[in-house]
Design a protein around this ligand. Structure first.
Ligand SMILES: Cc1ncc(COP(=O)(O)O)c(C=O)c1O
Length: 389
């Protein structure tokens, strides 16, 4: 029986595993398990890599987003969020007291469509959340920035998919008023669970450090009569030393991991070439894609769900969606905000047919051939998918 091929896998080369284990022993011996030197080291290194003045580690990507949204005071206001994203992008707006206003996507990039931002603007709009879907920074970024600048809206990056990605040499996390990353295990780099905020605004960084630690004064605010006192209602959203240690090692591997992901993507381009019934999403020029996911667009009658079932059941290949159902079709969003099928025609048409292929640094050329071979067989079989002639 052919072994199962996972959709993703964290990248921990042997030498890293050994070094992380040795450093972990030192942390355990030293007894400083949180708020210690590894957090500082990881944050400094991450900020340098992302090209920002500050990076603040958190316990998840969701808390990183919520901190940014609270900093921009979205309470009582609206934030435009693409319907094509992981649920927590919109959830974070709700947690921060705002309303996520969902918007349709561009079919070429799967990312927010700038025209949709304009259509969704109201007097209550406070800002926009851009999600770098699959690890692609949309070439529409400059338009989106201009739309926000002209209307004095904040722009934040949900860069959960995109550590190491860049546009015109500018890294994800440095492209807007703030960036939020996730280190969930499927992501291009992981700390098990964890997140990071990037920003050039020192007040935002201090606010983030305060909010992740219950709301206690920190940085510029931590002086005089406020010294070490509670200034706002915060949470325990800290990252532990052990997570930061893992994150530091993952960051040292990030460029190598992205190069390997890029190589797999190029192998897919060749291997999938000429297979009828599918279309690739080309990577625009001057873009460094993180290839967190490798999405493919299926032609009807093929749908992601049925193809994914066949890939898993007949070929032992795990695949993913990106994202189906989109946020507006999730029961909670439909009930709370009244969204209905048909509200976002592009997302609904494209995402139901978009399948994310396995991609991770240790995948081999043989694995790529195996996936392409499976696609060739599945897509030959139109009748089984209700296509007929
Ligand atoms: C686009 C996007 N935003 C936010 C998150 C939330 O990150 P976390 O799971 O670390 O809270 C994720 C991933 O899980 C994500 O994919």
């Amino acid at each position: 029986m052919t072994p199962h091929l996972p959709a993703n896998k964290p990248y921990f080369p042997e030498t890293d595993r050994a070094e992380i284990a040795a450093e972990m022993v030192k942390i355990l011996e030293g007894g400083r398990l949180t708020q210690g030197p590894w957090i500082a080291r990881f944050e400094e290194a991450f900020a340098r890599h992302a090209g920002t003045a500050h990076a603040v580690a958190t316990n998840s990507g969701t808390s990183a987003l919520e901190i940014l949204l609270r900093y921009f005071q979205v309470e009582g206001g609206e934030v435009i969020v693409p319907t094509n994203t992981f649920l927590s992008s919109g959830n974070a707006v709700i947690f921060a007291g705002g309303t996520p206003v969902l918007a349709d996507i561009s079919p070429a990039t799967l990312c927010l469509d700038p025209q949709e931002i304009i259509r969704k603007l109201t007097p209550h709009t406070r800002g926009v959340m851009l999600v770098h879907i699959a690890g692609l920074i949309t070439p529409d970024l400059e338009d989106i920035r201009r739309i926000c600048r002209e209307r004095e809206l904040f722009l934040i990056e949900d860069a959960a998919h995109a550590p190491g990605a860049a546009l015109n040499g500018q890294p994800a996390g440095s492209l807007a008023d703030g960036g939020a990353f996730s280190f969930y295990p499927t992501k291009p780099m992981t700390t098990g669970e964890g997140g990071m905020i990037t920003t050039n605004d020192p007040a935002c960084a201090d606010f983030a450090r305060s909010l992740r630690c219950h709301g206690i004064a920190i940085g510029e605010e931590n002086r005089g009569e406020n010294k070490n006192l509670l200034l706002r209602l915060g949470y325990n959203w800290r990252m532990s030393e052990i997570q930061a240690l893992v994150g530091y090692y993952q960051l040292q591997r990030l460029d190598e991991a992205l190069d390997k992901r890029g190589q797999i993507a190029r192998l897919y381009e060749v291997a999938l070439n000429g297979i009828p019934g599918l279309r690739r999403f080309p990577c625009p020029e001057h873009t460094r894609h993180s290839y967190y996911k490798f999405p493919l667009l299926l032609e009807k009658p093929f749908l992601r769900e049925t193809v994914a079932r066949s890939l898993a059941g007949d070929f032992g290949i795990q695949s993913g969606s990106i994202y189906w159902p989109p946020c507006h079709l999730q029961p909670f969003y439909r009930e709370r905000f009244g969204y209905r099928p048909g509200d976002f025609p592009v997302a609904e048409d494209i995402l139901e047919r978009t399948i994310a292929l396995p991609i991770y640094p240790e995948m081999t050329a043989k694995d790529v051939e195996r996936v392409a071979g499976a696609f060739r067989q599945i897509l030959q079989n139109r009748d089984a998918f209700g296509g007929g002639e």
